[in-house]
Design a protein around this ligand. Structure first.
Ligand SMILES: Nc1ncnc2c1ncn2[C@@H]1O[C@H](COP(=O)(O)OP(=O)(O)OP(=O)(O)O)[C@@H](O)[C@H]1O
Ligand SMILES: [Mg+2]
Length: 215
């Protein structure tokens, strides 16, 4: 079966080894959750898989191409057009409005703004506000809206619901899960919320330097 993402034998260490032999794949419509204690290397793994950090060992293929073997320009094009990354803390342009932030993504990825998506993510009514004036949860929803506006084939999300109450978190993630089905996209989700992880097809735990499948 065709994989959107294939990672082979990844190893990475900072002050101490985080993992030494991680392999995994993501197929169209598939969602993968990774849980694990703080400091186990979940965000580092997400950065490696999402073009942001070359691993010390191993390969990452996105859409059949080795992303760290390609030149910087091609890798940037993949990051800009094909993948969406929701970070643990939001990287929105704070002085701009929510709408302007979404417009930037729309321009960079050359995709129109999807008003229905903005309604479903419950951000339509805050679009005119400056990001700095939004609540933490609103900022988080705008970040997700910005990423989904790009219509990515792979979504990487690092604790995307950390600032949301349970009900809102599940509503927002349901939008993401239906998107995966509609667009045949894939999801790599890092979360501490086991209930949310259970909505994914596969759950892994990062512990003792390995990725162990727990469901
Ligand atoms: N750029 C870096 N330089 C040095 N050390 C780093 C760097 N990035 C991460 N680390 C270290 O690697 C370890 C794993 O960090 P990482 O952010 O991947 O953990 P995590 O599992 O995402 O934790 P959390 O659940 O708290 O978000 C930590 O000890 C962190 O200090
Ligand atoms: Mg993290």
């Amino acid at each position: 079966m065709y994989k959107l993402l294939e990672a082979h034998h990844l190893a990475h260490a900072f002050d101490y080894p985080l993992f030494d032999d991680i392999s995994l794949g993501i197929s169209p419509k598939e969602s993968i959750a990774v849980v694990g204690v703080s400091g186990s290397g979940k965000s580092t793994l997400l950065h490696i898989l999402s073009t942001l950090l070359p691993p010390q060992k191993g390969q990452v293929e996105l859409f059949g191409e080795d992303i760290y073997a390609m030149d910087e320009k091609s890798r940037l094009a993949v990051r800009r057009k094909e993948i969406g990354i929701v970070f643990q803390s939001h990287y929105l342009f704070k002085g701009f409005s929510a709408k302007e932030n979404i417009e930037v993504a729309s321009l960079l990825a050359n995709q129109p703004i999807d008003d229905d998506l903005l309604e479903r993510l419950k951000v339509a009514h805050v679009l005119h506000k400056r990001v700095a004036d939004l609540s933490g949860g609103e900022q988080q929803r705008v970040s997700i809206a910005r990423v989904m506006t790009k219509k990515p084939r792979l979504v990487f999300a690092d604790e995307p619901t950390g600032n949301l109450d349970r009900t809102t978190a599940y509503e927002v993630m349901d939008v993401v899960f239906s998107y995966l089905q509609e667009r045949e996209a894939g999801l790599f989700l890092v979360t501490h919320d086991m209930e949310l992880a259970k909505k994914c097809d596969v759950i892994y735990e990062l512990r003792e330097r390995r990725l162990e499948r727990i469901s």
